[in-house]
Design a protein around this ligand. Structure first.
Ligand code: PEP
Ligand code: MN
Length: 298
């Protein structure tokens, strides 16, 4: 367990707002990010960007360097993909997030994208965390497949210690025993994470489930629970995706999802005020005071 206050610890009921261009994570809204697992062509990423934007999505995702489990699978277009997503982002007005796999890629990626993603496989790659932090860019840190909440908080801590406070955490499922889902979507863990840290927390329902049919219910659950957003694999022809086809939704499904997220948020009045009330009540009652360590100075 965390034994004392850290830079990532929640100190008050407020969530830190992380800005990525015009997009604000942590201000009580729900930031929907759409895009393919892998950038495959200019037409593919352009088509998706236009659809995500039209649906009310706030950001564009796309992989350039893909950390595939098998070296025989499609590894992404690499550096060639960066200008493609950069142009699609500019045309659509959506900031772009792309995974960085290695320290040597940080400088190049910083020229083309708006937010760096540290993937599950690299969550504890300390030199990469530090190099990404020193770019000064916003960083999306995904939870490792078998990482505890303390471990992802300490990954964030490496970035914060470099003086970069632009950190967003992402629950993307943890390793379970049941092959019915690719991973176990730890929604409870994500809710707990928001109690422990002032940083915004989002959900990746695609990698958390591995199943197209589960994207909408998981995203709506995240929206209802007061998380700060979701990152969803989206493709014009999901079955033709060169990676992660089974967990991509098509463009009409993304538009429906965005509309239903808005409906859930409007109906439930969740988000920042509700979160603040819940955390404030816990602190006031002395519940979990040792773990909500924010009232002690750093
Ligand atoms: C991805 O976002 O495409 C990805 C590889 O995610 P993760 O690191 O969560 O497996
Ligand atoms: Mn993927």
């Amino acid at each position: 367990m965390l034994t004392g206050p850290t830079l990532a610890s929640r100190r008050s009921v407020r969530t830190t707002v992380v800005e990525v261009g015009p997009v604000r994570f942590g201000d009580g809204g729900f930031v929907l990010i759409g895009g393919p697992c892998a950038i495959e062509s200019a037409t593919q990423i352009d088509t998706i960007a236009a659809a995500v934007s039209a649906a009310g999505g706030a950001m564009l995702r796309g992989g350039a360097y893909k950390p595939r489990t098998s070296p025989y699978d499609f590894q992404g277009l690499g550096a060639d993909a960066l200008p493609l997503i950069n142009e699609a982002a500019q045309r659509s007005g959506l900031p772009a997030v792309v995974e960085v796999l290695a320290e040597a890629q940080v400088a190049l990626m910083a020229a083309y994208v708006d937010m760096l993603q540290i993937g599950a496989r690299n969550m504890q790659n300390v030199p990469l965390l530090r190099a990404a932090a020193r770019s000064g860019m916003p960083i999306l840190v995904k939870r490792g497949a078998a990482a505890t909440l303390d471990e992802i908080l300490f990954a964030a801590e490496y970035i914060l210690l470099e003086g970069n406070e632009r950190v967003i955490l992402c629950e993307r499922g943890i390793r379970g025993f049941d092959p019915q889902t690719r991973n176990v979507c730890d929604l409870g863990g994500a809710i707990r994470l928001k109690e422990l840290t002032h940083l915004p927390v989002i959900l990746d329902p695609s990698h958390a489930s591995g199943r197209r049919s589960m994207i909408e219910p998981l995203t709506l659950a995240a929206a209802a629970a007061g998380l700060d957003g979701a990152i969803v694999e989206t493709h014009p022809e999901p079955d033709a995706s060169r990676s992660d086809a089974a967990q991509a939704i098509d463009l009409p499904a993304f538009a429906r999802l965005a509309a239903r997220v808005r409906a859930v948020r409007a109906a439930l009045d969740e988000g920042q005020p509700a979160l603040e009330a819940r955390i404030g009540a816990a602190r006031g009652a002395g519940v979990d005071r040792a773990e909500l360590i924010g009232d002690r100075p750093l």
